[in-house]
Design a protein around this ligand. Structure first.
Ligand SMILES: [Mg+2]
Length: 260
């Protein structure tokens, strides 16, 4: 039977892969994705990790499968060509310029923001290649409070947003996220949201866990409450199983419903 699914977009940490399990990607899930790829489905890993961190983790997991596309740092797109991942020049360049512009507006207020955080919380604040403000909080409670403060600041700066994943957060341009990057891959491949599955577990997945971008939404049982609520609200599937087991369970359900 013909598959209705043409793109599978999976978050990595906590959704496809778990450091707490051995193997970190369940064998049944690996087999399922391999089967989908052999039937023409494009597999995208849509992650907050940068490309080198992701490929290292994939190598350590000893997987026999590789994603056809990677969205890294929730915004840059890479396509697999042979054994390499090659950046999509147009998108990545537009993304870089947009971030340079929005970060320029932010620069003058940075010392004040850093001071606000560091005077109240035992949190690590640093700059990296992808954002002039990155945060690692001691707990999710601290991260929630800092996140609220950063969101208030974002209200004053056009196109600025906070990307949050567990105790990590950073500033980003609001037009570039897991959802818009997934839409760009769909556009390039000529595939509409009707044929797209998206799966994720944390706040940084919310932009792609939207029926604007994917018809089929999946969350594993370890997903944070806001993600479970968003997925349920849009008639997606929240598994009772964690991590890759939950993703595999969700895929079986979607495949059962989507055969045409
Ligand atoms: Mg995750």
């Amino acid at each position: 039977m013909k598959l209705s699914i043409q793109i599978l977009s999976t978050d990595f940490d906590g959704t496809l892969h778990s450091d707490f399990e051995n193997p970190p990607v369940p064998s049944a899930l690996e087999r399922r994705i391999k089967d989908l790829q052999s039937r023409g489905v494009t597999w995208v890993i849509n992650t907050g990790r940068d490309l080198s961190s992701l490929t290292e983790a994939l190598g350590r997991a000893r997987l026999s499968i590789w994603p056809d596309y990677v969205v890294s740092v929730e915004r840059e797109i890479y396509r697999r060509t042979g054994s390499h991942y090659v950046g999509l020049k147009d998108w990545n360049e537009r993304c870089r310029i947009a971030h340079d512009e929005v970060f320029l507006l932010l620069r003058q207020d940075l010392p004040q923001i850093v001071d606000w955080v560091q005077s109240r919380f035992d949190a690590r604040v640093y700059e990296d290649t992808y954002s002039p403000f990155c945060l690692t909080a001691q707990s999710n409670t601290d991260a929630d409070l800092i996140h609220d403060y950063l969101n208030e600041y974002c209200d004053q700066v056009p196109n600025l947003t906070v990307v949050r994943n567990d105790v990590y957060a950073r500033f980003s341009h609001s037009s570039y996220n897991k959802g818009s990057a997934l839409a760009e891959i769909g556009r390039l491949l000529g595939i509409s949201r009707e044929h797209i599955v998206a799966a994720g577990d944390h706040l940084n997945d919310l932009p792609m866990l939207s029926i604007d971008y994917a018809r089929w939404l999946i969350a594993p049982s370890n997903a944070v409450e806001a993600v479970k609520e968003a997925v349920r609200r849009q008639q997606g599937y929240v598994s009772h199983q964690p991590h890759g087991h939950g993703l595999a369970d969700g895929l079986e359900r979607v495949l059962g419903l989507s055969l045409v």
